[in-house]
Structure formats: C-alpha cells, structure tokens
Write a protein that binds this ligand. Structure first.
Ligand code: DP6
Length: 323
C-alpha cells in the first residue's frame, strides 16, 4: 500500500486566478501552461494501520501546517477506494517551496497519483486531473507534459473541470529561464490572493469576462507555433492578473524592484529581436520563455539584472512518472 510518483511543476502562460466554487475548487477561468522538465516533486504515500493519523513530511521535516490540505486529498482517495486507513505522505521538491515556483501544482499532482496507486486504484489521467484539482487548481495541469490546457468546465460537480494535453513538449521545445529575485515563502498565497480579488478587486469581473478570448488566442498560437502571438497574449494575461491583484483591497503586489527590472530586460531583448516573453505567478520570480537558440542571451541578460539571486533554466518536460 505504498507508491512513489514524480510530478513536475508547471508555469501558466494563460493564467488561472479566481474560483467558481471554493469547496470543489473549480476555477472561474480556464488556463494554459507548460510543464517544466527540471522542477519536480517526488511524493511517496504509504497507507498503514500502524499510524495513528495522517502525517505529512516535506523534505524530511514534519509540516503540520500543510497536513489539512494533504488530508483533504487523502480523504477523497480513501472515499474512492472505500478504506479508512491513515497515510504517511513524504514529499520532496528539488526547488524552493512557496516562492512562486508552483510547488502546490507538482505537489498535489504527485500526491493524487501516489495515493491512488498506493491503494490500487486505476484512474484515467482525466480522473487524476480532476482529483489533483481538488487539492490545487494548477495541479490539474501537472498530470500532463508539454503544453496543457485546463478547462474551467460548467458542471456544478466539477466533473468537466480538468486539464488535457494541447501539444507535446518535443513538438515545440521552448525553454523557460527563471530569474529568482526573492527567497522565502510569500506573505499572501495564490489561494487567498485570488479570493481577495474576487471579493474586492474592481477589475476581477473584467478579468473573468476576457479570459475566454485570451485562451482562444493562446491555444491557437501554440497549435500554430506562433511565438510572437503567444508572447503577446501571455504577457497580457500575466499583467492583467497582476493588475486585478494590485487593485485588491488591501492591495496585493507580488513584485519587487528586481521583478520590474527583469520585465524591462525582457522588453529590451524583444526590441533587439530576441524571441522571449515573460510571465510571473504569485511571487516575485520572473519566468522568461524563449526559443532554445537564444537561451544563453536570455540567461546572461537576466543574470545581469541587479537583485537577481539565481537563474534556473528548464526545458519542457513530461507528465507523471511512477518511481
Ligand atoms: C498565479 O493553483 O495555487 O500560479 O487552486 O487555490 O491551490 P489553488 O490555487 P493555485 O493558483 C495558481 C495561480 C497562479 C496562476 C496559474 O498557475 O495559473
């Protein structure tokens, strides 16, 4: 009753921000992401009657603060399998947790897959995506590799709110260069940030209303491998999400001075004809997406930005892997 699974982090190019249903964790908008090869969570789940309750360890350290969310996913899996056994979850990220590098995406994707496998359940990838979504919306996308689209769906039970592959990683091998501009866990997580946008940001309704158009543009740009079109809509989706969050009350600004300097560095590269665009999640890191031929140029430019602590580069990677 034990299984270990690797799931990779993903970066949204068309962002998810806001929920249609908090309890079932149904997103208010669809999203499109790329799965990263170099950043992952390895998660082992073991169900055992020798445990007195669920346990959650991250990097070998017990994390009671994260136990409730992990137990919610375990409860869903126990319900599916018809068992009541407690489980020990042991997860490791090969990248900094909680700094805007989407650890909840890889973490809940790996947890959902490892827990179902440990109990011998054979879910389809779509069913796994729905299950992972209950833990974290972005996790629904980390089930798959390459370019992935998450559908918001319209069913009240969330059954049509799942991700599916859009294009293989090998079909368009873009590279993501991540500029780390701040360490440490962010003060406001994406979950509470998006709830606050829905409740207080005057721009939230416009964000939701314009999302379908962005998704259509993003999807067709990816299928046509049209870099310039993808760059335009991805930067627009990112800045629109952050504009909605900045207009929260109280305001929510995830950026620091180096974040802005990285955006300006990307703009300068674009002006010089370099195929690159930026995106930013709920944290201060800047993810620059580019074609493989310009990676050294982009890495050098971002390393030279004052305040950039480190630069990580990653190609696009596969979906779930059993370990
Ligand atoms: C800014 O998936 O972390 O990274 O569903 O509440 O767990 P929950 O939210 P989460 O939100 C991710 C928000 C984002 C954009 C994105 O990944 O699409």
């Amino acid at each position: 009753m034990k299984a270990r699974v690797r799931a990779r982090a993903n970066i949204a190019l068309i962002k998810y921000w806001g929920k249609a249903d908090d309890r079932l964790n149904i997103p208010a908008v669809g999203s499109i992401s790329v799965t990263l090869d170099r950043l992952w969570s390895d998660t082992e789940v073991e169900f055992s009657d020798e445990l007195s309750g669920d346990e959650f360890l991250l990097g070998g350290t017990s994390r009671p603060d994260q136990l409730a969310r992990a137990s919610n996913t375990l409860d869903l899996v126990r319900e599916l399998a018809g068992v009541t056994l407690p489980a020990r979850v042991s997860s490791e990220n090969n990248f900094p947790t909680g700094a805007g590098l989407a650890s909840s995406a890889s973490g809940f994707a790996a947890l959902s897959a490892a827990a179902t496998r440990a109990l011998g359940l054979e879910l389809t990838e779509r069913e796994l995506s729905v299950l992972a979504r209950r833990g974290s919306g972005s996790a629904a996308r980390s089930i798959f590799g390459g370019f992935v689209e998450m559908h918001a769906g319209s069913a009240v039970d969330g059954s049509d709110s799942y991700a599916e592959p859009l294009l293989d990683a090998a079909a368009w091998p873009l590279v993501v260069v991540i500029a780390i501009t701040g360490r440490g866990e962010k003060p406001v997580g994406s979950r509470s940030g998006m709830a606050a946008s829905a409740a207080t940001s005057p721009y939230y309704s416009a964000w939701v209303e314009t999302s379908a158009a962005d998704l259509a543009l993003g999807r067709s740009a990816i299928l046509a491998k049209d870099f310039a079109a993808l760059a335009r809509v991805a930067e627009h989706s990112c800045l629109k999400m952050h504009a909605a969050a900045m207009a929260n009350q109280p305001p929510l600004l995830y950026w620091n001075p180096a974040t802005v300097a990285c955006l300006q560095a990307c703009a300068a590269l674009q002006a010089a004809g370099t195929p690159v665009f930026f995106t930013i999640d709920a944290g201060p890191q800047v993810k620059a997406v580019c074609t493989p031929d310009v990676v050294p140029t982009v890495v050098t430019a971002l390393r030279g930005v004052p305040g950039v602590i480190d630069v990580i580069e990653s190609g696009l990677g596969p979906g779930l892997e059993a370990l």
